[in-house]
Ligand binder design. Structure first.
Ligand SMILES: *Cc1c(COP(=O)(O)O)cnc(C)c1O
Length: 355
């Protein structure tokens, strides 16, 4: 056995996808794009999303979309294409998210070369200040120009919130997508197929508010972690333990809770402040920030407290646990989104699919 390792439960991905699909359907949202970047577009896990009913597979990286090329589903590139990848984007992605006409024109040329029609979404910035057209007129210009391109089909518009500035979606904010669609219809006599109303931060609105016109969401975190992303709440009837990190204990000792000696900055550039809780039982596990994002781990043994992290060690207070941990024992943690993302990417972490 090798550690650290990630235990992965593919069936639970199917289950969570099905629950999301049901929640969306109850709110009149027709399609769900399953976002696969957190597991690098692994085809087996992406297939579980499809089995659970997701309608499209979506990823921000063309390498991940390439990995899923044999899966029977439409694939969307969520990040604006780099100039350097235009050819692969047209070849492997059915649609891409765009904010620059320069790129859309290149997509058009390449699509003509490959004898295809490439679908385009325009992203609208509704305040989070990441990608998208901020001013309506610039969006309308882009729509007008793209409608003239023979090998481009304007499939819809979309928004992404919460990721950069923490802007939480509201019905009023999302209503602007609907207004844009109506205006595009009036001005250009063209009806957009899809209004993509965001990521897992939109989930909290479903069942509470009506979202006119919104007929698609793109969900990663809600499916893989069973949480919504506006307030971090659990979504009922979902699994939150699809990805579990296991690490092996390499030291167990009793130690004081405050350091001794002269203090300077630690490896993270901070002078730590600690409260004196007396002598504690401390375990060190052989996992570090080169393996995963240790801030987004939740010990399965709820009496454990993560005290600190290093590039190669995790420091865990085991004093309150019912269990007598020994060197060689395994500590298990539920992984939150960022832990899954970095753990999946780290070559130091063994991946084990549990059927
Ligand atoms: C990653 C990503 C998503 C999915 O976000 P979650 O919060 O994981 O649901 C949606 N849209 C875009 C543009 C993304 O990059």
């Amino acid at each position: 056995m090798q550690y650290p390792r990630m235990l992965i439960y593919p069936e639970k991905i199917r289950h969570n996808s099905r629950i999301m699909k049901e929640i969306l359907a109850q709110s009149g949202i027709d399609t769900l794009a399953g976002v696969t970047k957190v597991f690098g577009g692994n085809p087996e896990l992406a297939q579980k999303m499809l089995d659970g009913g997701v309608d499209q597979l979506a990823d921000s990286r063309i390498k991940n979309i390439f990995r899923m090329r044999d899966l029977d589903s439409e694939k969307w590139l969520l990040r604006m294409p780099m100039e350097a990848e235009i050819e692969d984007v047209v070849r492997y992605a059915d649609a891409s998210f765009n904010t620059e006409m320069q790129t859309v024109r290149q997509l058009n040329l390449e699509a003509a070369r490959q004898g295809r029609v490439h679908k385009v979404f325009f992203m609208v910035d509704l305040g989070d200040l990441r990608e998208g057209y901020y001013r309506k007129e610039r969006l309308m210009d882009a729509v007008e120009q793209s409608l003239k391109l023979k090998n481009i089909f304007l499939e819809g518009i979309g928004v992404n919130l919460k990721c950069y500035s923490g802007v939480i979606p509201t019905p009023e904010t999302l209503y602007r997508l609907y207004e844009y669609r109506e205006e595009i219809l009036q001005r250009y006599n063209f009806k957009l197929n899809i209004l993509s109303g965001g990521n897992s931060s939109t989930m909290y609105l479903l069942g509470k508010s009506t979202l006119p016109g919104i007929n698609n969401l793109r969900l990663g975190e809600s499916i893989v972690c069973g949480t919504e992303f506006a307030y971090g709440q659990r979504i009922p009837n979902t699994f939150d333990d699809i990805f579990v990190l296991e690490a092996q204990i390499v030291e167990v000792k009793s130690k004081p809770s405050i350091p001794s000696g002269k203090l300077g900055k630690n490896s993270y550039g901070m002078i730590p402040s600690r409260t004196d809780k007396g002598i504690r039982r401390i375990a060190l596990a052989a996992v570090g920030s080169q393996d995963t994002d240790l801030i987004s781990l939740q010990p399965l043994d709820e009496d454990l407290v993560i005290n600190g992290i290093g590039s190669d060690l995790l420091i865990v207070d085991i004093t309150e646990s019912q269990k007598e941990y020994q060197v060689g024992d395994i500590l298990s943690f539920k992984m939150e989104y960022m832990a899954i993302l970095s753990g999946w990417t780290s070559e130091y972490v063994e991946k084990v699919f549990v059927m």
